[in-house]
Every structure is written in structure tokens, then in C-alpha cells.
Design a protein around this ligand. Structure first.
Ligand SMILES: Nc1ncnc2c1ncn2[C@@H]1O[C@H](COP(=O)(O)OP(=O)(O)O)[C@@H](O)[C@H]1O
Ligand SMILES: CC(C)(COP(=O)(O)O)[C@@H](O)C(=O)NCCC(=O)O
Ligand SMILES: [K+]
Length: 279
């Protein structure tokens, strides 16, 4: 079995992948904290032959996780942001400073779709762009839905947005505090992503497919106006592409990859942008 870990600022996600069949056998998540308890937080390590890790938590969390795993598992692969990998050049001035979850998402997105816009809706919402040809432009970081809500300190932090709500309802004026807050932060997040996407496609003269991941991907997806796909395993896809261990991975296949959404024309994107400039 291969254990894949995606350690974010809020949640540490794991999944177990069968090295022979490439099937995902189990998955889970625990709050990101300093100590992992194998058998409780993560699966029993006896079945694990290799681990792949993407971590943006504090250095100490990663160091302890690696120390714990290295005693028990043969291969421990830790992803790092690089100046260049798998045909993509990192757009950051200091490439190693790009969050490795973003880098994993960009690599997975490029491997799947060629040029793309990758959006990770977690503690933070990040929007990254890579052009056909592999130039990563850099991106945008804004607070995630939960962080925005917490920053208001209106006592609504524990009332999550129902991921099944319709975008129309979420965009309507709220008539209670909880609703006004939820609808406000939702509007902030989806308008930002829509606008960022249009601005960058306009600047770069190319319509790009959009891929979404992260804990809030499903709800944000409802407010995204252009064709897009939700890919919950996008960060894991970057780990598979960076450290291919199975036959399918060596052939470039990533588990759970969606169909590539076909972007609308540049003319349509520009028309939408022109309209929003009038507002
Ligand atoms: N069951 C859940 N538990 C915790 N957070 C959730 C859950 N479902 C959705 N979320 C949202 O997902 C966010 C965490 O998403 P995730 O992509 O795991 O973040 P990170 O990678 O930053 O840890 C939370 O901030 C919250 O808004
Ligand atoms: C921007 C992030 C905090 C997002 O983390 P997440 O929401 O996935 O927990 C993370 O990618 C990070 O720490 N990045 C380093 C700074 C940068 O990417 O510029
Ligand atoms: K994120």
C-alpha cells in the first residue's frame, strides 16, 4: 500500500492506495496538529510500503511526521516546490516559497489539462495559472470561507455553508446574521475567483480550463461561471506525478482525475469582463 498525505493548515488528509491495482482502499482526515498516532489518526503502518507527503503546516509538524514514518516505512517521499518540474516552470521569484500544495496542484493540472487555472479552496483560497507550454505565472491567495467568517467575529464561525445550497440562494441578500455572513463571504470568494480568471485569460490571450480542489471546492464550484471540474484528489495527483510508484502512475495516470472541461472562447470571457467593468 501507498500512504499519501496532504497536510493543510486545517486538515491533514490521507488515503491508502493499492500499489498493484492502483485502487484507493481507504481515506480520512484529522485536524492538523503536531502528533500523528498510527492506527488511530492514520492507518496501521504495517501495510504501508511507501509514503508521499505534501505539507504546508509548520515545519515541526512535517519533521515529526517524517521522523515517525521513517522508522516504519521504507520509502518516504516529501514533495518540495522546485524551479522546474514535469515541464512546468515555477513562476515565483523564489520558487521554493510557493506553497507545495499549490505546486502539486499546478503539476497535476498541467499533466491532466496542459495550461490551466487551478483553484484550491481550503484554509486559504489559492488561484494559480499555468500556460500551455508550461509557464506558471504565479497566482493569488485570499482567505478561505472559514477564515473570512472567523475574521468577522460575529459568532457565526461554526455554522458552515451547506455545500448543497444553490448558488442563487447563496447570492441573495441574507435576512439573518448567519445568512448575511455566509452569503457575503460566498460572494467575496466566487466573485474574486471569477474575476481573477477572466483578467488573467484576457492578459495572456488564452482561455484556460479551470480545476477546483479543497474542502470548499464543491460549494465554490456552484458560483463559478465558466466550465470547470472539481478534482478532490488534485494535490494527490501532484504527488503521483512527482513520485510515480505504480504502473498506471508511470504511464501518467492520476487517480480520480476528471474530464478536462472545455473553456469558453476568449471573446466570451472578454465580454463578461467588459460587463463587470460597467458595474
Ligand atoms: N467536514 C469538514 N471538516 C472541516 N472543514 C471542512 C469540512 N467540509 C468543508 N470544510 C471546509 O474545508 C476547509 C478545509 O479544507 P482543506 O482543503 O482541507 O484545507 P487545508 O488544506 O487548508 O487544511 C475548512 O476551512 C472548511 O471551510
Ligand atoms: C497559501 C497556503 C497557506 C494555502 O494553504 P492551505 O489553505 O491549503 O492550507 C499555502 O499554500 C502556503 O503556506 N503557501 C506559502 C506561501 C505562498 O504560496 O506564497
Ligand atoms: K488552499
Amino acid at each position: 500500500m501507498i500512504l499519501d498525505l496532504d497536510i493543510g493548515n486545517t486538515l491533514s488528509k490521507w488515503r491508502l492506495k493499492d500499489a498493484d491495482s492502483s485502487e484507493i482502499r481507504s481515506r480520512g482526515a484529522v485536524w492538523t496538529r503536531e502528533e500523528w498516532r498510527p492506527g488511530a489518526d492514520i492507518p496501521d503502518l504495517d501495510v504501508v510500503e511507501a509514503v508521499r507527503i505534501s505539507s504546508v503546516a509548520r515545519q515541526a509538524v512535517l519533521a515529526q511526521t517524517v521522523a515517525l514514518l521513517q522508522n516504519r516505512v521504507g520509502g518516504v517521499h516529501v514533495a518540495r516546490s522546485r524551479p522546474e518540474a514535469l515541464g512546468v516552470t515555477n513562476g515565483y521569484r523564489e520558487p521554493e516559497r510557493l506553497g507545495v500544495d499549490r505546486w502539486m496542484g499546478v503539476l497535476a493540472g498541467y499533466q491532466l489539462a496542459g495550461g490551466c487555472c487551478s483553484v484550491d479552496c481550503g484554509s486559504a483560497i489559492t488561484v494559480d495559472f499555468v500556460l500551455p507550454g508550461g509557464r506558471h505565472l504565479g497566482g493569488y491567495i485570499l482567505p478561505g470561507l472559514r477564515l473570512m467568517k472567523e475574521s468577522l467575529k460575529l459568532g457565526t464561525r461554526n455554522v458552515a455553508i451547506d455545500p448543497d445550497s444553490e448558488a442563487d440562494e447563496l447570492l441573495a441578500p441574507g435576512t439573518r446574521t448567519v445568512e448575511a455572513v455566509n452569503h457575503g463571504i460566498y460572494m467575496a470568494a466566487v466573485s474574486a475567483v471569477n474575476r481573477i480568471y477572466s483578467e488573467v485569460c484576457d492578459r495572456e490571450n488564452v482561455p484556460l480550463p479551470v480545476l477546483l480542489t479543497g474542502g470548499d471546492a464543491r460549494v465554490v464550484s456552484r458560483g463559478i461561471q465558466v466550465p470547470h471540474a472539481v478534482w478532490p484528489d488534485m494535490v494527490y495527483g501532484g504527488l503521483e506525478a512527482s513520485f510515480p510508484l505504480t504502473a498506471a502512475e508511470r504511464a501518467g495516470r492520476m487517480a480520480g482525475a476528471p474530464l478536462v472541461p472545455r473553456p469558453v472562447s476568449l471573446e466570451k470571457i472578454r465580454a463578461g469582463l467588459a460587463f463587470s467593468m460597467l458595474l
